[in-house]
Ligand binder design. Structure first.
Ligand code: EZ4
Ligand code: CO
Length: 402
């Protein structure tokens, strides 16, 4: 089998997506996601200008060699743009393999290790009471695990909170908006929020929380300690992770489990975190981490240190990545949980898919390949529109981590 053609599709059914379609001489094609929120066209051009010309004529079954060719062959390694582009190719090729062999991708990754994939949804509200109502809605929908974020008294905007009546969407069209941050206000508020959630919903519901890289290690240690009695499933991105040993400080102070890695693009971003057992869950997902070929190795390495996966699953991960993640989650042994932020109806229509949600779990479907398609006619109706994630400032105007 030979790759005859590959092309990048950009579409914006409410938000931007970059999708690679790889075609073969046997009429089978595969899809890969290359979406990098707020920097989409960098990946699109990396693929079109630098990657596609090198893969035409290659055998799509040679995923290992093609991965190494694109990674080592570029000389310039790692980074989210490069790794998302490599992931787009890798995932499309695994999709082709599955279709050619007439089997779902999870069967190529080890087969089913579980019946379903535990997912967590996002509950949020402008204040504690509204957030609690949203938790209740999630419980009614069948969720067994819920991430809870709420507005913080004393700050105008907070990460993870829907602005109007609609759903929360991190990126916005136009130039970056500016958000406001105060660690002092946040640290006073967050433990009270979780006290209320446990009071109302009991012990059984899994609770998660995203600190979104805003604390220093010692501040995160304080939060982790104060949340201990509420038994969180995890505390996410407690601090920025360029300095991996920063997590040692957090770990030494608290038993609240720690998840990190949605901005990672290589296992090397997590090497010290994993081998020192400073984290419990790795969030780097298929699209930003270089595809199945790279993630399988990262997950196997993590397994040796009791680290499980908890893949990023926000709306900027396209349905192609959601499908890929669900096949992966189904197959690997050290799966932990999968994030689910449902796409809007327009996106679901552009990417028809087999995967589905039922009783708090998700299932990849049992058709060949990834079980997700791209309706190119419909996609063409939604032209790419420049969009950015917000930037964040402390109350005195200092730029800080968003
Ligand atoms: O801010 O996906 O856990 N989920 C998150 C997301 C991220 C966005 C960034 O593109 O942190 O909301
Ligand atoms: Co996050």
């Amino acid at each position: 089998m030979k790759i005859t053609k590959a092309a990048v599709n950009t579409t914006s059914p409410g938000r931007n997506f970059v999708t690679l379609k790889v075609e073969t001489d046997e009429g089978i094609y595969g899809l890969g996601d290359g979406t990098l929120n707020g920097r989409e066209l960098a990946v699109a051009s990396y693929l079109t200008e630098h990657v596609i010309p090198c893969i035409v004529g290659r055998d799509p079954f040679e995923t290992e060699d093609i991965w190494q060719y694109l990674y080592r062959g570029a000389y310039w390694r790692r980074g989210p743009v490069t790794m998302s582009a490599i992931a787009a190719v890798d995932v499309a090729l695994w999709d082709i393999k599955g279709k050619a062999l007439g089997t779902p991708v999870y069967n190529l990754l080890g087969g089913k290790s579980r019946d379903g994939v535990l997912v967590y949804g996002h509950a949020n509200g402008k204040d504690t009471e509204t957030a609690l109502e949203d938790v209740a809605r999630h419980v009614e929908q069948g969720f067994k695990a819920v991430r809870v974020q709420s507005g913080i008294p004393g700050i105008k905007t907070t990460y993870g909170i829907a602005k109007g009546a609609g759903r929360y969407e991190p990126a916005e069209r136009g130039l970056p908006s500016e958000a406001e941050w105060s660690t002092e206000h946040y640290l006073r508020h967050a433990p009270k929020l979780f006290e209320k959630v446990r009071e109302r919903f009991g012990e059984e519901l899994h609770l998660l929380h995203d600190c979104h890289h805003r604390l220093t290690p010692i501040e995160a240690a304080r939060l982790g300690k104060e949340l201990e009695s509420f038994h969180l499933f995890w505390m996410e991105d407690p601090t920025t992770a360029e300095l991996q040993e920063g997590f040692k400080v957090i770990r030494e102070h608290t038993t609240t489990p720690i998840a990190v890695g949605e901005v990672f693009s290589s296992v090397w971003d997590a090497h010290d975190l994993i081998r020192n057992q400073w984290i419990d869950y790795l969030r780097m997902t298929i699209v930003h981490g270089g595809g199945f070929t790279a993630l399988k190795k990262a997950a196997d390495f993590a397994a040796m240190y009791h680290v499980r996966t908890g893949f990023h699953g926000a709306t900027d991960l396209s349905p192609v990545t959601m499908a890929a993640a669900l096949h992966f989650d189904t197959a690997i042994h050290n799966f932990g949980i999968q994030e689910l932020m449902p796409h809007n109806e327009e996106t679901d229509a552009v990417f028809p898919h087999q995967y589905y949600f039922k009783d708090g779990m998700m299932y990849p479907g049992d058709g060949p390949g990834l079980g997700v398609d791209l309706d190119e006619k419909l996609a063409a109706k939604y032209e790419y529109q420049r969009a950015y994630l917000p930037v964040n400032r402390k109350l005195d105007g200092t730029l800080t981590d968003w």
